[in-house]
Design a protein. Structure first.
Length: 387
């Protein structure tokens, strides 16, 4: 019955988002909630930015459909936190908010999750021989982790399909883990996250008339969802505790899944601080900006960045299957993650400065990702633009 509920919720979420998408676009245009082009933005004309609202509809409907089949009460605090961050993000999209005000709201939302959902990083699950973490340490650690993840998901939302595509991939990875340990509520949230994001992803990537951005509302909301998956995977007393006996390093696993958003955000903010600017000051130094600068299309950039993240997860999985200890799995993930984010970024900046043969090859590869003149692309565009 639980599996039936998950399947029903998956279908309902997909159908709802597909159905309301065009209506949400009309709301965004009517109330001028659009992302206007400027020197930092990559689009050339205003684009509606209420995609997060459509995704939220799908998530809520999915939970309602699943409620007769299973207990969804453990997810209600997460839904409350999602609602708050969606509202904050929509207001930010419409009229702008101070980054510091948003930062304080994110801390308050994290405290809400700690108090109402007992969400806390209170266990290292054997990393460095550490298991239980005292409350005085777990609470600030949880705040740093959740706020960091929320902002990391928000900051990768720079090209078509990247943030939604990443969240789909991450939900699939976490959902596989929760399925393995029979954590039904968490698996449900993974399933409806995927099905709610899929229609939006296709419109965002392939749509022309139906294109809409997920906006700060959607990326902040999905940041809450991703952070809830991370905490549910690691925290003590959950279904994932049994993974320790299987040799699965839960901290390395979650870090591998979150690799590109987290490592790239840390790199960008660290470099901003070194330049004596605010870590929240927007610029064009993210990994996806690098691919765009090298001539990749939005679609090509998204596929490359997601492939880098998937490669880190694959490296973690290989280390686990080879019997590596939890500590070794962690070092593998950190090493490969830093190499494929900060190392790759620095290496390519050197190639750009030198106009090297490697850069010319990358530009040639990037040029091949411009496929908007292909028949299959046009067919997809006409399909998703149907009303």
């Amino acid at each position: 019955m639980n599996l039936l509920g998950v399947i029903a919720a998956f279908i309902a979420s997909f159908v709802v988002v597909a159905a309301v998408h065009s209506r949400v676009i009309k709301w965004a245009v009517r109330y001028n909630v659009v992302d206007n082009p400027n020197h930092r933005k990559l689009q050339r004309e205003p684009v509606p930015v209420l995609g997060g609202v459509a995704v939220f509809f799908g998530l809520v409907v999915g939970l309602c459909v699943a409620s007769p089949f299973m207990d969804i009460k453990p997810l209600l605090p997460v839904v409350m936190a999602m609602s708050v961050m969606l509202c904050v993000g929509v207001v930010d999209d419409a009229s702008g908010l101070s980054p510091w005000f948003r930062f304080l709201i994110e801390i308050a939302v994290t405290l809400l999750l700690i108090l109402l959902a007992n969400m806390s990083l209170n266990n290292f699950q054997g990393l460095w021989g550490v298991y239980g973490v005292p409350m005085w340490l777990s609470i600030p650690l949880t705040i740093v982790a959740v706020v960091g993840i929320i902002n990391a998901i928000n900051l990768i939302d720079g090209v078509d399909g990247l943030s939604s595509g990443y969240c789909i991939m991450a939900s699939l990875a976490f959902g596989t883990l929760f399925f393995k340990v029979d954590s039904v509520a968490a698996m449900l949230l993974c399933a409806i996250s995927i099905s709610s994001l899929l229609p939006f992803f296709f419109h965002n990537v392939f749509g022309k008339k139906s294109k809409m951005f997920i906006g700060d509302g959607g990326s902040l909301m999905m940041g809450v969802v991703m952070s809830s998956f991370v905490v549910a995977s690691i925290s003590s007393g959950g279904a994932c505790d049994k993974c320790v006996d299987m040799g699965i390093g839960l901290v390395p696993f979650t870090l591998a899944v979150m690799c590109v958003p987290v490592f790239d955000t840390v790199r960008v903010m660290f470099m901003r601080i070194l330049r004596h600017t605010s870590p929240f000051h927007p610029d064009k130094t993210h990994l996806h900006h690098l691919f765009i600068e090298m001539g990749f299309s939005h679609f090509g950039t998204t596929m490359c960045v997601l492939s880098l993240n998937a490669l880190v997860v694959l490296c973690w999985y290989i280390s686990y299957r080879l019997g590596a200890s939890v500590d070794t799995q962690f070092y593998v993930v950190v090493s490969i993650g830093v190499l494929l984010t900060a190392g790759f970024y620095k290496f390519m900046r050197i190639q750009i400065a030198r106009e090297s043969a490697i850069l010319r090859w990358m530009r040639g590869f990037g040029a091949k990702t411009h496929v908007d003149d292909k028949k299959w692309w046009g067919a997809l565009q006409r399909t998703v633009d149907l009303k």
